[in-house]
Design a protein around this ligand. Sequence first.
Ligand SMILES: [Zn+2]
Length: 601
Amino acid sequence: MIPIHYTIIPVRPEAHLYRVSCTVDGPDPSGQKFAMPAWVPGSYMIRDFARHVVSIRAASRNRAVALEKLDKHTWRAQPVEGSLTVSFEVYAWDLSVRGAHLDTRHGFFNGACVFLRVLGQESAPCELEILRPMGARYRNWRVATAMPRKGARPYGFGTYVTGDYDELIDHPVEMGEFSLARFRACGVPHDIVITGRHRADLARLQRDLKRLCELHIRFIGEPAPMKRYVFLVTAVGEGYGGLEHRASTALLCSRDDLPREGETEVTERYRTFLGLASHEYFHTWNVKRIKPAAFAPYELDRENYTTLLWAFEGITSYYDDLALLRCGLIEKKDYLELLGRSITTHLRTPGRTIQSLAESSFDAWIKYYRQDENSPNASVSYYVKGSLVALCLDLLVRDKTRGRKSLDDIMRALWRRHGLTGAGVEEDGIERLAAEAAGLELKRYFDEWLRSTRELPLKALLATHGVAMELRPPESSQDKGGRPARSKSAAGLAMLGIRARAHDDDTAVTHVLEGGAAQGAGIAAGDVIVAVDGLRPGRAGLDAALAKRRPGERVVIHAFRRDELITFDAQLGRAETDTCVLSESTGGKRLRERWLGPRRG
Ligand SMILES: [Zn+2]
C-alpha cells in the first residue's frame, strides 16, 4: 500500500499549537473521510480529541478543497484526483500521559491527540516527519520516541515510519532538552528519558530498571517482543500516572519519587516509581499483545466494552509489585506491606458490595474513569479488586496443585495462545485458559470473584501460604494499613464516615461513606466543616478534633453548604476493622517460599 505521509511541527509553542498535516496519495474517489480518535487506547474514557482541532483545511495540487464535517470528529473532503492534504492546528495543553502538551520548554504528544485517521486506509504504512520549531531557543531540542526511524538520526528531528495507523498512535513522542540514560535488558536497548527539573541518580535508575526489565522479559520468556523500549518520564512537583504502549511508556511522577544521588535504600517514594514503571512495562505483554478481542482492532470512535479489564489491569497490578520482590529491589516485608495496603483500600470501598468486578470493567467508560463523590459507595476498582482476584487465583492454583502450577503458568499459556498469535482474548478466554493451564475446574471461583460481590477468601488462601492476615481499626485518617498498629490501645477511633481534604484552614468533605455517621446526620460532599462542638479544628484538622471522642458520642458539626451555615447533630461511629496487616506465620512455609522466595533459574 502507498504510505500516508504525516508532518508535525510545534508551530507556535508559546500558544501551545502544533501544526499537523496528512497527505493521502490515493484518496477515496467518492470523497476521502478523515477522523480524530475519540479516545486513546489504555485510558478508557471518551475524550473527543477533535475538540482541540482549531482550524482545518484541505488542498490538492495547490488548490483548496472543501471539507464537510460529518459528525463531532469526522470530515469528508470533496472528491479529488491526485493526492490530497489535510492540515490543521491542534491545541496541546494537557500535561497528562494520555494527552498532548506543548510550550517553549518541551513538547509531548500521543498520536491519538494529533493525527487524523484516513478512513479505509488504516492499514497503510505511515511516514511521519517531525519538524523542529523555528527559532534559536529550540536549537538543542532532541526527539525521544520508540517509533522506528527512517532517515531521522538517533534522537533527531526528521522522518519516522510505522506499519500502520494503529502503530503510528502507539509511539508517543517527547521533544525538548531532556536527560537520557540507556541500558540493555536481555540485549534489547532501553532508554530512560526524563523531562522536567530533577536531580535523579541516573546510574541507579539504569541499574534498577535493567534488573526489573530483565525479570519481566525472562518471566514470559526471551526473546522480548520489542526491538527497543523507551521510558518517557515527566517529573513534576506532584503527579502520578502512566500509559502503556507497545514499545514505550509515558510516566508522570513526582520528582521526589526518583532516586536522589547518594541515596541507597529504596524509599517508599522510589518504590512507588518502580511499581509504576513495573506496571506499565508488564503491559508490553499483558494488554498490548495479549489483548481482549474487543480491542482487536480498537474502535477509536466509540467505547470498546469488555469485562476483562480485571485481567489486563488487575493481573498487571498484581505482578507490578511482585516483580519488584522477585528481582530483589524490595524485600518480603515490603511486599507484604504493599499487599496489606491493597487489601485495606479494597475493604474501605463500600461499593465492593454493590458492583461486581466484571461490571466495574464493562462500565469503566462511565464509572471508573468518571469518578464522582458517590464512586466509593457504588463502585469497585478493577485495578485493586482485580489484583486481589489475581492473588486469589495464584494462591488457589498453587494450593490445589501443591505448588506445581501457578498464575505464572497461566500467563505463559496466554502469551503462547494470544500474545504470539495476535488472536484477541474472547470474554470467557481467560477463564477457559486458566482452567486448562492449571488443570483445574475453576468456574465456581470465577463466578464468585468476577460476577458476584461476595468477599474474597483472602485470609484462608493467604493462610495456606504461610501468611497471616489480621484486620485492625485504623489509627488515623492517614493510616493506609500494611503495618502493625503503633500503639496497643484498641479503644477504637471515633469516625465521622467521610473522606475529606484541606480547604484553606478548614476541611472540605469529598465523599460521604455509605452508612457512616456523617451520612446519618445529613452531611454531604462539598460541605466545608468549620466547627466541631463550637470549636474550629483549623489546620490540626478533624482527626485532632475527634481524637478524644468515643464512638457513640454525639457532636455538633457546623458546616457551610454553598453560602449557608448548617448545623448537624452527628452520632460518631466506630472505625471499622478494615486495616490489613500481613505477616509470615509458622505454617505453610513451603508454599510461601515457592510464592515469595528467591527465584530459581
Ligand atoms: Zn495499567
